[in-house]
Write a protein that binds this ligand. Structure first.
Ligand code: SF4
Length: 469
């Protein structure tokens, strides 16, 4: 039996049949509404007010996201917002602009709000000098308290880490680290222009633990050229031996019309759809047999890791950085090109290109490309979708209470989705006793499909989402 939120459930094996049926295109709900719904046309004052209102509504905790959009070389699978091969002077200029953006935004946020997370993403943040990263951390924390269990996290290209640099990152205040390994197979890595780390992943992970990093994560990608079910099983096995606290297994999204460099992978042996499904099934079985808890459909965590415990206690949360624990995240304020702020009442996405971002910031304006302000009804919908996605549960007696919805009002708003539950109940993916909907252990791998039922915006702008596998 498996324990889910204190309930005992029969164990579940992910099968190819299950994936074929439920892996349909749709949002991943790292935000609600999803980013394709963000739009232009907001005034600077609208958005400043949105940031100021976050002081009095929603979670008090602050999470800061800092985007560093530079990489030394181009990985051919990359779907991130980044710029390749910029000189050191451009990186220095960028950090100066970040400082100007912080000048503009930080005074809008109450000093009394505790900081529960600072997350550096990219791009390759670890390619930047550690002293620049440390200065950003000090600036974000000046006059503010860190909450207990606060995370200061960095996404790293493991090929650009040395042991002294790892120690410097820890010294600068980082306590979480994620290594984007992608695969252990040298042939696969060479096909996608990604070198194997000079320090073995197992050593990087053990040294990270020795320095006091927790929640040490390894990213893998499946669907890359040259991968087979057998080769990826080897990668799963070597990951288990390296023993990270968490593993994220992303499905490669091939979108050459949006990312030119991906086109070249078409002649390098991309696996077919059935192979990808087979890899997903094997990966799930491999990590579960290795003692990891599945988090969502493609993340895994050791049972004593914060993420696994958050899932067990119903404290799992989801934002643009992926799964996180409610205890260590809050309303997210983003800095840097393409960064997204995720506030209680809305979202603000910065312009993506670093030069344009810099010009706008230096002119004294907010560098905003698109934004979204949620109505009270949309905040209700977000709460319902997050409850399904993160806790596998929807309790009609409580949902929406924080937005002033009575139980009958909540029931009325959710009725269109509840009326379409039949096939999910028949397939054993969830139970519904008239008040509480609960995903079963099997249904936890189809929570997106269940969440789709309660998304009134689904179908608006169809075809803009990829499959999960
Ligand atoms: S290091 Fe990451 S962000 Fe940079 S090119 Fe490679 S995949 Fe993209």
């Amino acid at each position: 039996m498996t324990e889910i939120h204190g309930r005992r459930e029969p164990p579940f094996s992910l099968t190819a049949e299950f994936l074929r049926k439920y892996d349909v295109p749709g949002p991943r709900y790292t935000s609600y509404p999803p980013a394709p719904h963000f739009r232009t046309g907001w005034s600077q004052e609208d958005l400043e007010q949105l940031i100021v209102r976050s002081n009095g509504t929603g979670d008090r905790n602050l999470s800061f996201y800092v985007h560093i959009p530079f990489c030394p070389k181009q990985c051919l699978f990359c779907g991130c917002t980044t710029e390749i091969g910029k000189p050191g002077s451009a990186v220095l200029d960028y950090f100066q602009v970040l400082d100007r953006e912080m000048d503009r935004i930080l005074p809008l946020l109450d000093r009394s709000r505790p900081v529960s997370q600072i997350h550096f993403g990219g791009g390759t943040p670890n390619a930047a000098p550690v002293k620049f990263l440390a200065q950003v951390i000090q600036r974000l924390l000046a006059g503010r308290a860190l909450s207990p269990h606060a995370e200061i996290a960095i996404e790293c290209d493991p090929n650009l880490i040395t042991l002294p640099k790892l120690a410097d990152l820890r010294q600068a205040g980082f306590n979480r680290i994620s290594f984007g390994l992608q695969d252990f197979d040298l042939d696969v890595l060479s096909r996608v222009n990604r070198p194997f780390p000079r320090i073995s992943p197992a050593e990087l992970i053990s040294q990270s633990h020795a320095l006091g990093f927790t929640g040490v994560n390894l990213d893998l990608i499946y669907g890359l050229p040259g991968q087979t079910r057998e080769s990826f099983l080897q990668t799963v096995q070597r990951t288990l031996e390296a023993s990270p606290d968490r593993v994220a297994t992303f499905s490669y999204a091939h979108v050459p019309w949006a990312k030119d460099h991906q086109k070249s992978l078409e002649s390098k042996g991309l696996p077919d759809a059935e192979t990808k499904i087979g890899i997903a099934v094997d990966t799930f079985a491999g990590f579960v047999a290795g003692g990891y808890h599945p988090i969502g459909m493609d993340h895994y965590a050791k049972p004593d890791d914060e993420l696994a415990r958050a899932q067990d206690t119903g404290e799992l949360h989801r934002n643009f950085q992926g799964y996180c624990s409610k205890r260590t995240t809050g309303q997210v304020v983003g800095f840097g090109a393409s960064a997204i702020s995720q506030l209680h009442e809305g979202y603000i996405q910065n312009v993506k290109e670093s030069a344009a971002y810099g010009q706008i910031v230096v002119s004294g304006n907010l560098p905003v490309e698109r934004a979204y302000i949620l109505s009270r009804e949309e905040r209700f919908d977000r709460e319902a979708i997050n409850s399904v996605m993160c806790r596998g549960e929807l309790d009609l007696s409580r949902i929406g209470a924080s937005e002033g919805f009575s139980a009958p009002q909540a029931r009325e708003r959710l009725a269109p989705g509840l009326n379409r539950l039949g096939p999910f109940l028949a397939d054993g993916l969830c139970t519904f006793d008239g008040t509480v909907l609960r995903a079963t252990s099997q249904g936890r791998f189809a929570v997106r499909n269940i969440a789709f039922l309660f998304d009134p915006l689904l179908g608006v702008g169809e075809g803009r989402y990829s499959r999960t596998v």
